[in-house]
Design a protein around this ligand. Structure first.
Ligand code: PEP
Ligand code: MN
Length: 357
């Protein structure tokens, strides 16, 4: 991947220290709702205001946003409360309207990021402007699509870019609306080290009961900031009512989360951390060496099966291994699901190895 050319978050002139918060209603519903919400949020120190004007809704007939009419209301929020204002764009036409109206920042929603044609169209419409763009992860857990959208924007000269993790659709039974993919977001940080990453706990949670734990998790993982939905009367919201907080509830949430530093000047802490990391490196080496030994045994088994004209997959064997591994996981106080996931990957590689014989 070619390195992204980015302006650092500090130089956007939008945010102060962590947690950098973008807050506002899911949707702009009326001028009154927007101004009341902005007044409440400004009162608790929020400096960056969000509101969706064009809402991507699953079913037709539900509230699909006020559209371009809301641009003037956002301008009013910007002027009255000296806030930066942002909204979602999903087409070149949306971009045009926002740029004309002096909207400060835009975001690409999860459904848009998943569509390279749309992203390209939006990137071209943005070309020549230096407006910051937030890119939500696609609805499906595909890191290349997420990175691809960021690259498309960067290629058109957009250098104020950040990613937003909002979870992914899941068919599993989970407590949240969208399954968090913390690993995918952490992998994004590893691949694009200078790209700021925000979390959107509201769209992960789907219910305000989970916002605190998700916000704390994001901060513990070192995310740069949070995008949180807030409405002056959450229960009356026309979209995403169950996940929105009132400005006062948002204040309480922000006061309750603890922010870890990215670095500690304490010399003893640093020495101990170094020692533990050295221990971990040794264990990692052993793990890889053990994997290699296991693979050697696997290759021998493969050769034997071939010599005796025996099929690679033997009924019942893998189930027995899994049952044993699961018991061991419990014995060693490990999450059996986690251990199973690792062993499924090992098994897959092992079957592949045996096919080489
Ligand atoms: C939103 O932020 O209002 C929104 C629709 O988010 P997402 O694209 O993450 O679903
Ligand atoms: Mn929403």
């Amino acid at each position: 991947m070619s390195a992204l050319k980015l302006v650092s978050l500090e130089d956007w002139g939008f945010f102060g220290e962590r947690p950098r918060v973008i807050a506002g209603p899911c949707s702009a519903e009326s001028r009154e709702q927007l101004l009341e919400t902005a007044a409440g949020l400004s009162g608790i120190g929020i400096k960056v205001f969000r509101a969706g004007l064009w809402k991507p809704r699953s079913r037709p007939g539900s509230f699909e946003g006020v559209g371009a009419e809301g641009l003037a209301w956002l301008q009013e929020v910007k002027e009255r409360f000296a806030m930066k204002v942002c909204t979602e764009v999903a087409s070149a036409k949306h971009v045009e309207g926002c740029l004309k109206s002096g909207i400060d920042m835009l975001w690409l929603g999860a459904r848009t990021t998943a569509n390279p044609f749309l992203v390209q169209e939006i990137a071209e419409a943005l070309s020549g402007s230096d407006i910051p763009i937030l890119v939500k992860n696609p609805v499906n857990p595909e890191l290349p699509l997420w990175i691809g959208a960021i690259e498309r924007l960067n290629r058109e000269g957009i250098t104020k870019l950040a990613a937003v993790h909002r979870g992914v659709s899941s068919s599993e039974k989970i407590p949240y609306r969208n399954a968090p993919q913390w690993n995918m977001a952490v992998e994004l940080r590893t691949r694009c080290p200078n790209l700021p990453v925000f979390a959107d706990p509201s769209h992960i949670a789907g219910d305000k009961a989970y916002l605190r734990e998700l916000s704390q998790r994001a901060m513990d993982l070192g995310f740069d900031g949070l995008m949180i939905e807030s409405h002056y009367k959450p229960s009356c919201a026309l979209s995403d009512a169950s996940q929105q907080l009132s400005p006062q509830e948002l204040k309480a949430l922000l006061e309750s989360i603890s922010i870890r530093e990215t670095f500690s000047p304490d010399e003893r802490f640093r020495q101990e951390l170094e020692q533990l990391r050295a221990q971990m490196d040794v264990i990692d080496e052993d793990l890889v060496a053990d994997l290699a030994s296991r693979m050697e045994v696997s290759a021998k088994i493969g050769a034997m099966k071939k010599a005796h004209n025996v099929a690679i997959i033997q009924a019942g064997r893998w189930e027995k291994v899994l049952a044993k591994i699961s018991d061991l996981a419990v014995k060693y106080n490990l999450d059996p699901g986690f251990v199973k996931e690792i062993f499924c990957a090992i098994h897959e590689a092992s079957v592949e190895e045996q096919q080489k014989s």
